[in-house]
Design a protein. Structure first.
Length: 255
């Protein structure tokens, strides 16, 4: 592992370890998605995530991270990120729920997130999820050696705002590798006056648009973790861990 402008650049062996960590994360998200239906307490997703990590012999990345008490972030409707699973929160028809999950394999991290519909949801919710997913895809497409970091940001922001939604600015994507959060930050908007960082093969990035149907302003609940939209509008979240390679972006967080 070498450093390039403060960013850790990984070799093929290190990326292979990250691919396995992310494969496990993707497997967890696949299983959680299959469980989504009205009437399910969100604590069931926490239990399932831990059980799958146990079966692979890996540690959940978020459990205990800066004191976070769960393996999976489970965020419903207006909750943007860092939602707590609980016995009391029961999924209802028309909800949307996002799962953000990480795992550590052989010293390397995986990180990915998806948002799911609970039964039949509103057209607004469907469109919000679709736009957020597509903005992630457009951001990933720009993760190419020779491009700049903020080409990713511009692609995400452009699609989201063209569709009439807003990107959250308080939380951003990030580098990832031997640490869950590494340089560089990967914003979903183009920061004014920020220096440009050329992308180089071997960089590994967690790209994660967080998109709102209303205001992008954020409020943190009394649990000190759960981030919600200030106006309580719907929010969606999708994330992939991506390696920049000489041949283009490689999505690592697929099963």
């Amino acid at each position: 592992m070498k450093k390039y402008r403060g960013v850790f650049v990984k070799n093929d062996a290190e990326i292979a370890n990250m691919r396995e960590a992310n494969r496990i994360v993707a497997t967890v998200l696949d299983e959680l998605g299959d469980m989504v239906r009205p009437g399910v307490a969100t604590m069931r997703f926490e239990e399932k995530a831990r059980a799958i990590c146990d079966s692979f012999g890996v540690a959940p990345a978020f459990l205990g991270y800066h004191g976070f008490p769960f393996a999976v972030c489970c965020s419903v409707n207006e909750q943007i990120v860092h939602g707590f699973p609980s016995e009391e929160r029961i999924l209802e028809e028309g909800d949307i729920v996002s799962f953000d999950m990480g795992a550590v394999y052989n010293g390397f991290y995986g990180d990915s997130a998806r948002t799911f519909a609970v039964g039949q949801v509103s057209k607004e919710a469907e469109r919000l999820m679709d736009v957020t997913r597509r903005s992630l895809e457009q951001g990933i497409a720009m993760a190419r050696a020779g491009n700049f970091l903020h080409d990713i940001s511009k692609a995400v922001q452009g699609l989201v705002e063209d569709e009439g939604f807003e990107v959250v600015r308080r939380f951003v994507g990030h580098g990832i590798g031997r640490n869950l959060h590494e340089k560089p930050e990967v914003p979903n908007f183009v920061p004014k006056g920020a220096p440009q960082l050329p992308l180089k093969a071997g960089m590994t990035l967690a790209i994660e648009p967080m998109v709102t149907a209303g205001s992008p302003d954020v409020e943190i609940l009394d649990d000190k973790w759960t981030a919600v939209t200030k106006d309580r509008s719907l929010s969606a979240h999708f994330e992939h861990t991506v390696a920049v390679t000489a041949d283009g972006p490689m999505v690592l967080s697929v099963a």
